[in-house]
Design a protein around this ligand. Structure first.
Ligand SMILES: Nc1ncnc2c1ncn2[C@@H]1O[C@H](COP(=O)(O)OP(=O)(O)OP(=O)(O)O)[C@@H](O)[C@H]1O
Ligand SMILES: [Mg+2]
Length: 403
């Protein structure tokens, strides 16, 4: 099997250094999982037909199937079916698949003696699970392999393992070896694909982490690719698009002390989005927002309103008023990434004379470097835009689950 240069370094470390913990962290699609699956299989094969236990850990069984088992099947050339204990047999050993995202996930691994583990997307796993799995790998020669995308530099995967690269055990055996991957390390990817990923990844944190693989804290303005000279259009310019809109939908962020906000978004036949109007107001009760939404419905038809789920009673009220209120998907960073991608690719425009608060928020909405989350100020209109765009972009089946 052919490996790229970075993968070969990992493989050589596995063969020559035999670290107890082998880590690949870095960019998306860089080849981290692939090489660690090879080393994991090679490791399991060392214990051929010994009936030992191994662990594969992932956020949940769905992600294990998608990120790990599918590639394993390809490498092994056979179908892998989990048995009743969520285990598969590989080379005469039992490989248990554990979901590790929750605070009590570690209990699954309790009492286990394992000869090795593969932890996929380590930052998506609970710290106590990662630590329990490592301590369960007590069989002689056991190894733990982890891959992950970068996150905040304070994350325990970085501080407890990656930063300790080169640490040795008393016996002299290497304890931790960590490798850093950038997207450009994976020369198996089609250059056009790489080019398109680079072009569509938002500037700042997203590019630093997803393309270069750096563990950076986000900083500064969130929508760095918003360019007022490109992304504002006038109502006049919008008229030229008349008849080309294929869909309208709305986003709703409830608020009282902070302004509440409803925005209307239109999508054209080119897949571009337009923020068509903004309604942002402080100190208004639900009756006011029902009136705004009904007026929108009259002008745009019976469109979806993707609503902040913090106030279910308001969503119920909308539904009683025959408004199509849907629960918004509020995943913050993923939602921001989606909106930021559209700005980066010049696929989201704002009708300048139909917004007011947006104009301030777009330059005032900033990251909190400590938490890695946005500062909860100057986010009201931008939250409703995010709810609308992100939830609309999800497949309807997935959306139904969040309803
Ligand atoms: N040496 C290789 N030979 C053939 N295909 C490879 C090789 N390395 C990686 N690939 C393929 O490249 C793609 C990306 O690799 P992989 O899934 O390992 O990346 P990753 O770094 O784990 O990405 P993510 O962070 O998105 O999980 C996969 O489709 C994988 O099968
Ligand atoms: Mg991966």
């Amino acid at each position: 099997m052919e490996l790229n240069n970075k993968q070969r370094e990992v493989w050589n470390s596995f063969i020559d250094e035999q670290p107890k913990i082998l880590i690949c962290s870095g960019a998306k699609r860089a080849g981290k999982t692939f090489v660690l699956l090879l080393t994991f299989l090679a490791h399991v094969s060392k214990y051929l037909d010994m009936g030992l236990n191994f662990i594969i850990g992932g956020a949940n069984l769905g992600t294990i199937r998608r990120n790990v088992l599918t590639d394993l099947e390809q490498i092994l050339g056979k179908e892998l079916k989990l048995n009743k204990s969520s285990a598969i047999e590989i080379f005469g050993n039992q490989v248990y698949c554990f979901d590790g995202a929750n605070a009590n996930s570690w209990k699954k691994a309790r009492g286990f003696t394992s000869a090795g583990a593969f932890l996929n997307e380590a930052t998506a796993l609970h710290d106590s699970f990662v630590k329990e799995v490592i301590s369960r790998c007590s069989y002689k020669g056991a190894m733990v392999m982890m891959d992950t995308n970068p996150e905040n530099p304070m994350h325990t995967v970085k501080t407890d393992y990656i930063d300790k690269d080169g640490q040795t055990l008393k016996s002299g055996r290497l304890n931790i070896r960590s490798f850093h991957f950038s997207l450009f390390d994976n020369n198996f990817l089609d250059p056009e694909y790489v080019e398109s990923i680079v072009a569509s990844t938002p500037s700042g944190m997203f590019t630093d982490r997803d393309i270069h693989g750096y563990w950076v804290a986000p900083e500064g303005v969130i929508y760095k690719d918003f360019n007022k000279d490109i992304h504002y259009i006038s109502s006049e310019q919008l008229k030229e698009k008349q008849g080309r809109f294929t869909k309208y939908f709305a986003g709703v962020d409830w608020g009282y002390e902070h302004p509440g906000s409803i925005v209307v978004i239109g999508q054209d036949d080119q897949g571009c989005f337009y923020l068509l109007e903004e309604h942002a107001k402080q100190h208004e009760e639900i009756d006011y927002w029902v009136k705004v939404a009904k007026d929108i419905k009259e002008r745009y038809g019976n469109i979806n309103f993707y609503c902040d789920t913090a106030r279910p009673e308001h969503i119920q009220r909308f539904r009683r008023e025959k408004l199509r209120a849907q629960n918004a998907d509020k995943a913050v960073v993923s939602g921001i990434e989606k909106v930021a991608q559209l700005f980066k690719q010049d696929q989201l425009f704002v009708v300048k004379d139909k917004v007011d608060r947006f104009k301030k928020e777009i330059f005032m909405y900033v990251w909190n470097q400590k938490t890695g989350e946005p500062v909860k100020e100057w986010d009201d209109v931008l939250d409703s835009v995010r709810y609308a765009i992100y939830t609309n972009g999800k497949p309807s089946g997935v959306r139904a689950l969040t309803r």
